[in-house]
Design a protein around this ligand. Sequence first.
Ligand code: PAF
Length: 300
Amino acid sequence: MKASVRPLLFHTIAEFRAWRAALAPAAPLAFVPTMGALHEGHVSLAHHARKLTGPAGSVAASIFVNPTQFGPAEDFSKYPRTLNADLDLLAPAGVDAVFAPSAEEMYPTISELSTQHSALSTSVDPGPIATILEGALRPGHFRGVCTVVLKLLNIVTPTHLVMGQKDYQQNAVLRQMIRELNIPTAHVMCPTIREPDGLAMSSRNRYLSPADRPRAVAIHRALTAAKTAFQSGEKNPHTLETLMRHTIESAGLSVQYALPAHADTLSPFPATINAPCVLLVAAQLGATRLIDNICLEFTL
Ligand code: PAF
């Protein structure tokens, strides 16, 4: 078997741009943005990116723990930083280049420790879709995400942006930004990769204590129970919400939200589910916040 080669690693924008400029201009370049602490979910995105571009194209990933998307009380300083292990994971997936800038390289005008998107003069305001659900619980989070992703897209100039479904609202917000700001990149959302018991893979799962880890599966159990109820004809959003809340709370987690929402706008359904729908959950387990979702197939 051919040994896999570690991707080229660039820490500065100038170096990455020089690599990008040497690629064939018409060939596809798929881009997987990450904050590192990679797991099999990210590896599957890299494989997906490779499939999209084919042998003539290229795949790039970024590893950057973006301070401006963390709230002041969130886990920015303790977010795991595992660059060497990350590069080893990406090598067999056929990633050609990794952009891993410092905070000063990305935000020369703000202090590395600032998690305040408000410290930036210019930022992207994604509007109402970013003020509900995750946006309501993490004010300013999506402004930070959109700003850094726009910066990354301007640096990487990919043909495809490849992201995982686990952060469903992030995908919806970025899809809107790409459309409304006329960014010439196709947004591709790939399925969530799960542990054998159903828990969605996440860099934050490593924070779960051994006692809490088995309980975390209640979120996936709740989502699949609600999906089964929907497929059996239950179209009342409140009934599905109650079912999910009950399943998650019985396992000792505290629910932040658990509800059916419109698959594109993420608006709640007042009385009946009558359009494409996603079930969205956020719950707290010990010190760890977990999110997950599942799409419901809707037919008229
Ligand atoms: O999903 C993530 O890991 C981050 O929000 C992203 C898209 C890399 C932006 O920092």
